[in-house]
Design a protein around this ligand. Structure first.
Ligand SMILES: Nc1ncnc2c1ncn2[C@@H]1O[C@H](COP(=O)(O)OP(=O)(O)OP(=O)(O)O)[C@@H](O)[C@H]1O
Length: 541
């Protein structure tokens, strides 16, 4: 994954990063202003021109405003970084889910760790480290410039002490990497151990062996605890060393200023100004050191996700309905000598099945119950792994599959329709109208924001099916696969749905598994499946 290939990542999030960088720039300029005002006030009150507090009032006002605006810009920058992190986690989870649905993950025991711990570990990288990296890039040059304009020697000392901390970070990073990798490995072992234990619990209980497993689980958790402690120890050590280095650097600069102040080679106002800026200069480095553990964890987590093959760089953008809404050539499908059986079955469901699905036409798959209509649709949709030479798709990419009972989430109607993507209102209304759900949606007290219960409560079976259809209309892909789309509908509603399908099908390929005569009558092409005794068969209409 190129999440941390900075060039592509920065390109994708350029706008939000620019806003965060703008806020950081404002914040550092306000820091310089605050330091200047502080020195001005102290200088005025104790050493020179001002005689009363009243005369310092304008400086106090500027100081107060600078502090307020600095807090606001910090808050704004933090908000932007949080948004980046949320976005990143959303994309990561989306890829993980896609990965799980497309190809089963080899070691199912690692799944909870991947889904929860590994992906969550990426967040602090953006919420804690990214703001500090931004600071590093913006704060350092600005403060260096301010120092150079005030006192050249201090600026030189800043420059000389600066590379020590990153060099140390690099060295500790090398050491910590292995420890962090071990920590993840033990966490995955522990999770897999739990999973196996839970799935085997009925058998273990029957043979009264459940207590015997405690020892192994104990070993797993101890190994994980040890490796976590090792990482924390290293992280603590690296933070301590960096803290020490930055404190020493601050001390060197403070001593140099103090000596020159005593010798009269620098005036109080400038010396105090530099002294106030010095901790600010090293602050981003200290923060990065404090978040060093998060960095190491995020780097290892990223590698772990890459190893699972969950991310491909080009796939990083979420595919929203709007993005998929592209005009592509309708798909044609060629099924050649398809052999297929469910892993748990004794016989082939398809034994040398051949059929053609022409582009831009409505094809129905018919046949007695249990002959594999649903399975064939799933194979075409790519939900089951089948050899690509057996089912060959040409034309536009993108499939919408509407199962017999579409899965509905305990979420708003809009989210159920868009599958949690954002979509403009126009296409949403169009999709609902095409699925004959527009009047019903309008009658709802909260319209599109109405919350549905788990499994789509309180929608009727027909409404659920039509909501599945509305999803497909919204996705607008060149190949539409429908499993019994009118099974729960009365004749009149069925006719209306079929009219919608006819209107929608122009330029798209539609494949419908059905028993209903009205749907069969609509088709341009038919594939009839026979029960397995009649094998082998060939279906060209
Ligand atoms: N997950 C599964 N594991 C094992 N066998 C399955 C699985 N799903 C379906 N089958 C079997 O595969 C055969 C075909 O099922 P499928 O649902 O594709 O048939 P269908 O023609 O769509 O049936 P219907 O018209 O009743 O919907 C059936 O014998 C079914 O029992």
């Amino acid at each position: 994954m190129n999440l941390f290939s900075w060039t592509s990542w920065i390109r994708q999030h350029a706008r939000i990063l620019l806003k965060a960088a703008g806020a950081e720039m404002a914040s550092v300029l306000l820091t310089v202003l605050t330091a200047w005002e502080c020195t001005n006030i102290l200088n005025g009150l104790f050493l020179s021109s001002f005689h009363s507090l009243k005369e310092t009032a304008p400086d106090f006002l500027v100081l107060f405003l600078a502090l307020v605006f600095k807090a606001l810009s910090n808050h704004y920058r933090q908000k932007k970084c949080l948004r980046l992190a949320t976005n990143l986690l959303y994309i990561c989870r989306q890829h993980l889910h896609r990965h799980i649905l497309c190809q089963p993950i080899k070691q199912a025991g690692t799944l909870p760790v991947l889904a929860i711990e590994t992906i969550d570990a990426l967040a602090p990288m953006l919420t804690r480290v990214l703001p500090e990296l931004l600071s590093l890039l913006i704060v350092l040059p600005v403060i260096l410039l301010a120092a150079a304009m005030t006192d050249g020697l201090s600026a030189l000392l800043f420059l000389a002490t600066l590379p020590i901390a990153p060099f140390l970070l690099y060295l500790t990073g090398q050491v910590t990497q292995n420890a962090s990798r071990r920590e993840w490995h033990h966490l995955e072992e522990l999770s897999a151990g739990f999973r196996i234990l839970l799935s085997g619990m009925p058998v273990l209980k029957r043979f009264r062996q459940e207590q015997a497993q405690r020892l192994q689980l104990k070993q797993f958790s101890e190994a994980f605890a040890q490796s976590s402690l090792q990482v924390l120890r290293l992280a603590f050590l690296s933070s301590f060393v960096l803290e020490l280095i930055t404190t020493l650097s601050i001390a060197i600069i403070a001593v140099s200023i103090g000596l020159r102040l005593l010798a009269g080679r620098i005036d109080f106002q400038h010396a105090f100004f530099i002294l106030l800026l010095t901790p600010e200069f090293y602050q981003p480095l200290r923060q990065i050191a404090a978040a060093f553990h998060s960095v190491m964890t995020a780097v290892t987590a990223k590698k772990r996700l890459q190893q699972e093959g969950i991310f491909q760089p080009a796939e990083l953008q979420p595919s929203s309905p709007a993005e998929v809404r592209q005009k592509a050539a309708p798909t044609s499908i060629s099924i050649r000598s398809l052999f297929w059986r469910y892993p748990s079955a004794q016989t082939d469901l398809f034994h040398g099945l051949s059929a053609e699905i022409p582009a831009g036409k409505i094809t129905v798959i018919t046949g007695p119950s249990g002959t594999g209509k649903t399975t064939l649709l799933k194979l075409i949709a790519g939900l089951f792994p089948a050899c690509s030479t057996m089912i060959c798709r040409t034309g536009g990419n993108g499939v919408s599959y509407v199962p017999q009972t579409p899965h509905l989430f305990a979420a708003s109607l809009a989210d159920n329709l868009t599958l949690f993507h954002s979509a403009p209102k126009g296409p949403l209304r169009y999709a609902l109208r095409m699925a004959l759900l527009d009047r019903w949606a309008k009658s709802l007290p909260n319209g599109m924001d109405t919350q549905l219960g788990d499994g789509g409560q309180p929608l009727s079976r027909g409404q659920r099916q039509r909501l599945g259809l509305a999803r497909a209309f919204l996705q607008d892909r060149p190949l539409l696969l429908l499993d019994e789309p009118t099974a729960g509908l009365d004749r009149e509603t069925e006719q209306q749905v079929l009219q919608s399908l006819c209107a929608f099908h122009r330029g798209r390929t539609i494949v419908i598994a059905t028993h209903r005569p009205a749907v069969i009558a609509l088709a341009d092409h038919q594939i009839h499946l026979e029960p397995p005794e009649d094998l082998p068969y060939d279906h060209h209409n």
